[in-house]
Design a protein around this ligand. Structure first.
Ligand code: PBG
Length: 345
């Protein structure tokens, strides 16, 4: 008798029956098996810590809209950088709150080799040479109108802005910045910065492009932190990307990579994880996301009200970035997370 035509023994199930008997909870039943099948993990190596700077000495001010986040004078920023390095955090990103008297229409203080950001870079390099320094090269902390570009007759002028930030990038590199991170979204900025850096002997200074920066409501607390909140009139829609657009974000990134970006960043973070995944799949480049001020403050505020478990929400939100394809995350939680991770949490 032909084996194939023989009736199926009663104890062998059809494929459909086998499928029906799958139980996904089997692997979730114990801590050991959950650990064994865990797909993504957050480590201290994934963290970049953004910090705020102010003038003065031995000064530390809490940002009202960001409980637990401070503006540090240069001396204290250097100490914090050393602490971060000790925690194993690979890199720090600095954002200056410039004295109002130094802000003007064109943001000219960005071209001062001894401005707050450059002084902080030198002090951090000196105190903690093992930590990477990422400097934001954008005009908004330096202008009296809070925009990221030079404003002429109500228009943010592209090419004049690019020329100025390329010059500023060279000064930041000269002060010791390891990575230049332009956050202004002007066209052609990556190529101009690359040329300027190379032309000044800074071939090894990298560029992390804020490739896809969206015109978002989640930057609110940051604007208080650097003191632009009261200055900014209107919005940044003529240079940041519309939150509705994904294809445009891909085109922006393609352009920045063609111009020489070494790393790409998505900003804000959690509401834009779909963009992270698309960019990672499309370009396979070192991809980062910025968990911005509003995301941080929402978690803090809800936790302060007892509405969520803040620590768990912090860890879960950061793990979500990893799952989406991030190689690292800029987060104000960085030192707290590093401490938790080293405690084995
Ligand atoms: C602007 C800049 C912004 C942030 C960093 N650099 C946003 C803005 O004011 O438009 C936001 C960071 C945050 O919200 O944490 N160059």
């Amino acid at each position: 008798m032909n084996r194939i035509s023989r009736a199926k023994p009663a104890n062998i199930r059809s494929v459909d029956e086998i499928t029906d008997s799958r139980r996904l909870r089997r692997m979730r039943k114990a801590d050991w098996s959950r650990r064994l099948v865990q797909e993504n993990r957050l480590t201290v190596d994934d963290l970049i810590w953004p910090i705020f700077l102010i003038d003065g000495e031995n000064r530390r001010e809490e940002v009202a809209a960001m409980p637990g986040v401070y503006r540090y004078s240069v001396d204290l920023a250097a100490k914090e950088a050393k602490r971060a390095a000790g925690l194993g955090i690979p890199a720090i990103a600095t954002f200056p709150n410039i004295d109002m008297k130094l802000r003007d229409r064109t943001g000219s203080d960005i071209l001062n080799p001894d401005n707050l950001i450059n002084r902080a870079t030198r002090a951090i390099k000196d105190a903690a040479p093992e930590i990477g320094i990422i400097t934001d090269v954008a005009l908004d902390p330096f202008t009296d109108h809070g925009h990221d570009g030079i404003l002429i007759n109500g228009i943010i002028v592209n090419d004049e802005t690019v020329a100025q930030i390329a010059e500023a990038a060279v000064l930041q590199a000269a002060a010791g910045a390891d990575i230049i991170a332009p956050s202004d979204m002007m066209d052609g900025r990556i190529g101009a910065i690359r040329d300027a850096l190379d032309g000044s002997g800074f071939q090894d200074v990298a560029i992390m492009s804020y490739a896809t920066k969206f015109a978002s409501a989640f930057y609110g607390p940051y604007r208080e932190a650097i003191g632009t909140g009261g200055l900014l009139k209107g919005d940044k829609k003529t240079y940041y990307i519309d939150p509705a657009n994904c294809d445009e974000a891909v085109r922006e990134t393609e352009q920045d990579l063609a111009e020489g970006a070494d790393m790409i960043m998505v900003k804000p973070g959690l509401p834009y994880l779909d963009i992270v995944r698309v960019l990672k799949d499309e370009f396979r480049m070192p991809t980062f996301a910025y968990q911005v001020s509003g995301e941080y403050s929402m978690i803090r505020a809800a936790a302060a009200n007892g509405w969520i478990d803040g620590e768990r929400a912090m860890m879960e939100s950061l793990l979500a970035f990893k799952r989406a394809g991030c190689d690292g995350i800029l987060t104000y939680f960085a030192p707290e997370v590093a401490e938790r991770l080293s405690a084995g949490a």
